[in-house]
Design a protein around this ligand. Sequence first.
Ligand code: ADP
Ligand code: ZN
Ligand code: ZN
Length: 726
Amino acid sequence: MIVEVAVLAGVRSPRGTFSYLAPDGDVPPAGSLVRVPFGPRAALGVVLGNGEPSPAMKSIGHLVHPTPVLYSHQILLARWLAAEYRCALADALRAMLPPALVAAAGTRGLRTPRGERSQAQFAITPEGRAALDGSAIRLGAKQRQALVLLAAGARTESELREVGGDPSAAARLARRGLALASRSLVRRVPLEFGVDDAAAPPEVLSQAQRPAIDAITAALGRHEDFLLHGVTASGKTEVYLRVAAEALAQGLGVIVLVPEIALAPQTLGRFVSRFGERVAILHSALSAGERYDEWRRVLDGAADVVVGSRSALFAPLSRPGLIVLDEEHESTYKQESDPRYDTLAAARELARLAGAVVIAGSATPRVATFFQAKQGRMHLVELPERVGERVVPTVEVVDLRAELRAGNRSIFSRRLRTLLAETMKRGEQAMLFLNRRGYATVVLCRSCGFVVQCPRCDVPFAWHSPGKLLCHRCGLSGAEPQTCPRCGSAQIRYLGSGTQRVEDEVRKLVGDVPIVRLDRDAVRRAGSHVRLFEEMRSGRARVIVGTQMIAKGFDLPGVTLVGVVSADTMLHLPDFAAAERTFALLTQVLGRSGRGAGGGRGVIQTYVPEHYAIRAAARQDYAFFAGAELAERKRFGYPPYGRLVLLQTSAKREETVRRRATELVAKLGPRAGEGEEVLGPAPAFAAKVADSYRWQVVLRGPDPTHLLDAVGDEWTIDVDPASLLG
Ligand code: ADP
Ligand code: ZN
Ligand code: ZN
């Protein structure tokens, strides 16, 4: 027999698949993990099915695990990913397996997770089959009987016993090399199931939640896609939980994706308290070992609710019936290395293959997703109001130009200062948002205008603390000059503000109240995100200053004021999605305000109060934003009215990338069809990173992907990029 195998080798796996010989009568089923000879070495491979004869075929090596590690719907999904996002099938398959497994799956097979109860599992080996076929190997009665049972398929200890086999005889077979022994998890009864009072489900559903849950539940068991558009605090999570419970009752598995698990402790907590040990958590912040353990619990059927970041989509559920993407607009749903997939698109494909329901939830869905719903390609389900008596906050827009004219040069407008003081006086919490960490963004010589730059990226260093400069592009730190390196002047100044500076300024304003700063620096230093979260939730922290880390997922009833210190940083970036990301971020940040009984307020400080993204965010008016944004997109042929492909290349010498890019444009230009454009070549937004120069070419049109056949390996190909700023 000949089998087709995808070989996982190297940083980028080979594009094609390979044919290997497998012994007749002992062909590993599709999805099996095997060792195969590959060039001078052995490599890990995934069996795909029957293969075509090819010259000089080698024999397949041994099985790494008795049962397949990928289901057929997953292999089909991998094929789709490889074709859609232009990568090797092996790399798409690799993305579906825990890294620890790929790295360590040696000759001893897969290990069982630590601390789990497990039982032995056996499968027959080729030698075992030969023994059955009456070779010279002598078998006792019990061993022969066990071998016959195993010849019909892999079995666990308890399965063997059920059909009258003897597990200890199977163990002896394993010692003789006639069977492969491994361990499989014993599923435990979920103890915590519904016992946690604190997170008990609400008894009464809101007026909009009930029909939403009914509509989605009715679709379980077949492929349907839903966009759950619900304002912040409208109770979307409760909808996910109820539909998930119904899916589980029908014997279907559930996948819940969150943008970044560290930022969604509450969502995760709600799932764990509702579904207990059936929940497996899969995300990249786990250690490799932990991630492997959780994956293994899913593979063995011990967990059938998977909560995690985007790659949790690939958890080995035998029958996925519900896939939830919470906060579908988040940019973390686009993978930034091969396969560069859009998680919603991949989820919909998996759902099509497996007959599952998809829920994409957001208060601010991407307009491209909203457009699909408007066109009837997804069902639109809306939760237009916050649950209970809570109302969306009242938001004021402050024109910073007017502040400047009135002589206010501080980073806080007069209005924000007043509201902040009032909030403190009432004993409530305030949040201040700024999308830049560090203290100052530019260190500049006042005498000659010299700006201290990262030597590797040619962008200004940010000032973090006395003496400490940091490049936000490559992470290099630099020493702060005492005098100007160019003219020797001592007049060094700091321009632009980051979260650290806001924290300082708040301290001057509000005096002696506890302040928590939440950004990447603070989280890294404090080491514990959970501790900072506790400070906020308990109400001990009175002012919370942060980057977009504070925008997401927090449900803090004590926060009654949210101030956006600067709304404009992202708005002016040269990118088709800049307005969309600004609107989403502002809406989410402002949505943190007034989740308690007393209602809430918000302030947006901006230099462009007339911009539709700012106006829409202030009114928390998604429909208005989507209308304006879709009109803009249509004008320029951006998604959803056209498709984009971002091509980037990098090299140490600038001429190399310039020449490459120029040649590519010359090659693709003539091949472009009606309505297709080849834009560029141009330096990438991050034109130099860590001593490498980067150039890009953008393809735009109804479907420009056919042009990609002519693009060489020195280019990274990003189909449907989330942004053009890479
Ligand atoms: P969203 O995800 O839509 O922003 P959440 O799911 O965080 O909103 O819900 C906001 C708050 O409302 C949470 O504290 C949640 O427990 C609560 N909640 C959800 N549904 C109900 C309900 N039917 N009755 C009372 N409280 C609810
Ligand atoms: Zn100078
Ligand atoms: Zn740098």
